[in-house]
Design a protein around this ligand. Structure first.
Ligand code: BES
Ligand code: ZN
Ligand code: ZN
Length: 461
């Protein structure tokens, strides 16, 4: 648990058992300098001959308490995250932290870095950490807290095991957002069937746990714009009859990270009171094997009416998304931002830190790209190359659900684009949604990737 509060005065004037001063290229920042003057040059002497890289630190005993000299990097957010983790490791309960010029980004980094997922640990480490930031306004801290709440929710949902976070349980978690004034409706299997979402239902039919279609609407009075979100909501992806090997299945509880980002962003947007109407759509189900499961060779009738020949049951996300995207457009979406852990090919292309961005319209893609940049989330544009559309041709249906081995992230994106006419931005977050090891902004597991980008997109409308 981490709490950020504002403090009066400055690092030098404040009283605290521990003060943190940043060091960059061997030098203190301005509040650190003032503290050092008060300490008669103690800090400068401690730094002599020492080079502190980002995240490295030096603890100095001063007459009034300890001072932690902490290496600052290029990015205030990751430096904040590293600092929060270091303070938790050192078991300091409280500290006065020198603010940075970009106080908001530092606050966000501190909050994200301190995240832990302990729900299923018998022994929880109850380390409470209070950080006081001199001179930072309450408004800045409040905004960082509200954004972090959404990211925490998204991470919690991704980290929750798939035996507990079933499609129904995911819908329950969505319904909790009603308390914040978000309208939430959940359609059960019968309702999904009577709408005619044949592709979504086919993916879901192999599981004992029934699917849920979740629709959300955050509509503040006088909203200046509208944003429609779609998130992939596979609470577990075994691959189905095109079964994944065990190693590839280990992170597949996180195949609902797109949905988690949508729910996290909805939560933050409602807390922040963003003046934009945001709608969200999630087709939640499991991709499993059973006597009822869909097969390779099946032909499905999607909600749009187009038929799809299943050539690989592990390319299930695009089937559920085809129906969710069509639904969003039918609900009057003017433009759609869709997030999904869609392809291993996106991870091969861009690695585990960068999401692949595809857009059917340049302006919409650029807006999302710039928003991600402001949010500090790494995305890179990829081509929706029409020449590859023929890879999706089927001899028996309108389309098949996979292309060949090459350009897999592109053919997946092309497949999605078949089901919408309004501008679509598709973020393939298969790489950055789930961290296989700890990182500056958090531990291994769900990262909450996408929440901050969505919020920046909404703010830019
Ligand atoms: N959920 C996976 C994609 C994925 C892979 C997410 C790695 C996170 C990490 C998706 O449903 C899938 O299995 N895609 C297949 C598509 C293929 C059969 C065309 C893939 O990428 O192998
Ligand atoms: Zn799959
Ligand atoms: Zn999947």
């Amino acid at each position: 648990m981490i709490t950020l509060t504002r403090a009066e005065g400055s690092l030098a004037e404040g009283q605290a058992p521990l003060k943190v001063a940043w060091v960059k290229e061997g030098r203190l920042l301005s509040q650190g300098e003032a503290l050092d003057a008060r300490l008669g040059g103690l800090l400068r002497r401690a730094l002599e001959g020492v080079s502190l890289k980002e995240g490295e630190s030096l603890l100095v005993a001063a007459p009034e308490g300890q001072v932690l000299l902490f290496g600052l990097g290029e990015d205030a957010r990751s430096s904040g995250g590293r600092l929060a983790q270091a303070l938790l490791r050192l078991r300091f309960p409280e500290a006065l932290v020198e603010p940075l010029e970009d106080a908001y980004t530092l606050a966000e980094g501190l909050l994200l870095g301190a995240y832990r997922f302990q729900r299923h640990k018998s022994e929880k480490e109850e380390k409470a950490l209070t950080l006081r930031l001199p001179g930072v306004t309450e408004g800045v801290l409040e905004r960082a807290r509200k954004v972090a709440e959404g990211v925490y929710l998204a991470r919690d949902l991704v980290n929750e095991p798939p035996n507990l976070l079933t499609p129904e349980a995911l819908a329950e978690r969505a319904l909790e957002l009603r308390a914040l004034g978000v309208e939430v409706e959940v359609l059960d299997e019968e309702a999904i069937a009577s709408l005619g979402m044949g592709a979504f239902l086919a993916v879901a039919q192999g599981s004992e746990n029934p699917p849920r279609f979740i629709r959300l609407r955050y509509a503040p009075p006088g909203a200046r714009a509208r944003l429609d979100l779609v998130g992939k909501g596979l609470t577990f992806d075994s691959g189905g009859y095109s079964l994944k090997p065990t190693e590839s299945m280990t992170t597949m509880k996180g195949d609902m990270a797109g949905a988690a980002a949508v729910l996290g962003a909805m939560k933050s947007a409602a807390l922040l009171g963003l003046p934009v109407e945001i709608r969200g759509y999630i087709a939640a189900c499991e991709n499993m094997i059973s006597g009822r499961a869909y097969r390779v060779g099946d032909v499905l009738k999607t909600f749009s009416g187009k038929t799809v020949e299943v050539m690989n049951t592990d390319a299930e996300g695009r089937l559920t998304l085809a129906d969710a995207l069509f639904y969003a457009e039918r609900e009057g979406a003017e433009r759609i931002l869709e997030l999904s852990t869609l392809t291993g090919a996106a991870v091969v292309a861009l690695g585990e830190e960068v999401a692949a961005l595809f857009a059917t319209e340049l302006a919409w893609g650029s807006l999302v790209q710039e928003a991600a940049h402001r949010a500090g989330e790494k995305v890179w544009p990829m081509p929706l190359e029409k020449a590859y559309r023929e890879k999706l041709k089927s001899p028996v249906a309108d389309l098949k659900n996979v292309g060949d081995r090459n350009g897999g992230a592109i053919t997946a994106a092309l497949f999605l684009s078949e089901f919408v006419r309004v501008p679509l931005a598709h973020l393939d977050i298969a790489g950055p949604a789930f961290a296989k090891k700890g990182h500056p902004l958090g531990p291994e597991g769900g990262t909450g990737f996408g929440v901050r980008t969505i919020l920046e997109v909404a703010q830019a409308l």
